[in-house]
Ligand binder design. Structure first.
Ligand SMILES: Nc1nc2c(ncn2[C@@H]2O[C@H](COP(=O)(O)OP(=O)(O)OP(=O)(O)O)[C@@H](O)[C@H]2O)c(=O)[nH]1
Length: 464
């Protein structure tokens, strides 16, 4: 019996030993797996983001120019070049930071064991050590906390750029859909009499499509209505959609030429009358680029209003972009030149230059903008000249566009404040008159309320 019992004990002991080994091995494997998941996580995302040359996404932003294939593999982490940690602009989402600060505490907490050794230096009453230790200990932990301070230019969380137009579409449709509804109401009934066609025409004119586009659209609609039987609102919608999209010339290249060249950054000039949303657009665009893993430098060439430069600097600080600004009333061309020079020197991907747009005297504007462009081009070619137009001012926007087009070669239009107007039809006119695509639209005052312009999505919003 006794022998049997001993044997049983040995068997149990052996079984326990095996179990222990299994548990230890299992736990090691588990921990390894945890580590391998976490560590590469961040760098991988980082490098992935940085390989964004030629980025194209369904409803995302599209960037071009520069040697797309050789898009530099720079770390996306925007260096806090601007020495000020931007106190006030900080959006209430510094969530990541506080959390990063918290973790160190629990790790260092278990250190009490080491503490007793250090205090031995002062007196000798070893007996008191435990009492002294806990008090002395917290201090070294408080000390490392300042670390986050210098490295914490609290940066904004930037809304994902993909699918942005979808998220913002509602804002567009709220103001536009009245136009679409009345058009669909008129066309959905089938055969239209002359009065109804006139109403269609008026609706298009009121929506600011302009007479040329309106005539083309009405002609196309008349032809198509006769050719196919349009009996329902769904038929009418399909037809209207088709005609309007075709009128928006979906084949135009709407990519933002913000990708760097082999040896220098892309240079973008943002022009437009003050108050149209120029500075805001420059800031919003910088955010899109930073979110895409790009290093951006903003040049505040609007030197007539210190507030404009301050505003741009705030935008830069919020996303960790660099900024170059001159003294008030400094020569805008000199500031632009410095910005491009610094951009080249620092190896950024894109330099965005915000210019002043006073329209008091056309000649003054002409001199100034022309000079800015000429001077920049001593350093690098200008890749994109974006004209910012306020959609709410309708026809006046078009008049502005004409003036600017005479001064510089506009390569793209940004239509702002489309969230607050039913006059989005200006898109048609601008493209028609300037022969230049609307590339971006501003759909709100929020920092990320900028979206790529897509004819299809725009017409869908128009038709509600
Ligand atoms: N609702 C709405 N407001 C916008 C949009 N874009 C800009 N704004 C607002 O328009 C106002 C003027 O914008 P700014 O960026 O300062 O205009 P600016 O052309 O740079 O003018 P200056 O600052 O005088 O040079 C600001 O209050 C912006 O918030 C938009 O898409 N929608």
């Amino acid at each position: 019996m006794g022998g049997v019992t001993t044997g049983a004990w040995i068997a149990i002991a052996a079984a326990l030993a095996v179990l222990l080994v299994v548990l230890v091995v299992g736990s090691v494997l588990y921990r390894r797996r945890q580590i391998s998941l976490k560590a590469p996580d961040t760098p991988q995302i980082a490098t992935e983001k940085d390989r964004s040359g030629g980025y194209r996404a369904g409803t995302g932003f599209s960037f071009s120019e520069g040697s797309t294939a050789t898009a530099p593999p720079r770390p996306p982490a925007p260096e806090p070049v601007v020495p000020k940690p931007a106190p006030e602009p900080v959006v209430p989402k510094p969530a990541p930071e506080p959390e990063v600060v918290v973790p160190p505490a629990p790790e260092k907490a278990p250190e009490p064991e080491k503490a007793p050794e250090k205090p031995t230096v002062p007196p000798q009453p070893v007996t008191y050590e435990p009492v002294v230790a806990p008090e002395v200990e917290p201090e070294p932990e408080v000390a490392p906390e300042p670390e986050p301070a210098p490295a914490a230019p609290v940066l904004d969380v930037i809304a994902p750029t993909e699918g942005r137009l979808d998220r913002l579409r509602g804002r567009l449709s709220r103001s536009q859909s009245a136009v679409g509804k009345s058009l669909l109401g008129l066309l959905g009934g089938g055969d239209l009499d002359e009065d109804s066609w006139e109403e269609v025409e008026d609706t298009l004119l009121i929506a600011d499509l302009g007479s040329a586009t309106t005539t083309k659209v009405v002609t196309a609609l008349r032809e198509q209505m006769a050719a196919r039987s349009v009996r329902t609102e769904a038929d009418a919608r399909a037809l209207l959609r088709e005609v309007l999209i075709a009128e928006l010339r979906p084949e135009l290249d709407r990519s933002i030429r913000a990708l760097p060249h082999d040896d220098h950054p892309a240079v973008l000039l943002v022009v437009g009358v003050n108050g149209t949303g120029k500075t805001t657009t420059t800031g919003k665009l910088a955010r899109v680029l930073v979110a895409d893993g790009r290093r951006v430098l903003l040049g505040a060439a609007d030197t007539f209003r210190a507030a404009a430069a301050d505003q741009l600097q705030t935008w830069a600080e919020r996303v960790g972009a660099e900024v170059v600004r001159g003294k008030e009333a400094a020569d805008p061309a000199a500031v632009a030149f410095d910005a491009v020079s610094k951009g080249i020197e620092n190896g950024v991907d894109a330099v965005l230059i915000d210019t002043a747009g006073r329209l008091h005297t056309k000649t003054g504007l002409m001199d100034e903008l022309g000079k800015v462009k000429r001077v920049i081009e001593k350093k690098a070619s200008v890749d994109d000249v974006l004209l910012v137009l306020d959609a709410t001012i309708g026809q006046n926007g078009l008049a502005q566009a004409r003036v600017f087009a005479e001064v510089v070669d506009i390569t793209g239009v940004v239509l702002t404040k489309l969230d607050g107007t039913a006059k989005g039809g200006i898109v048609f006119q601008v493209q028609h008159e300037l022969g230049v695509p609307v590339k971006l639209v501003g759909l709100g005052e929020g920092a990320d309320d900028l979206a790529p312009f897509e004819p299809g999505a725009f017409v869908d919003a128009l038709l509600g």
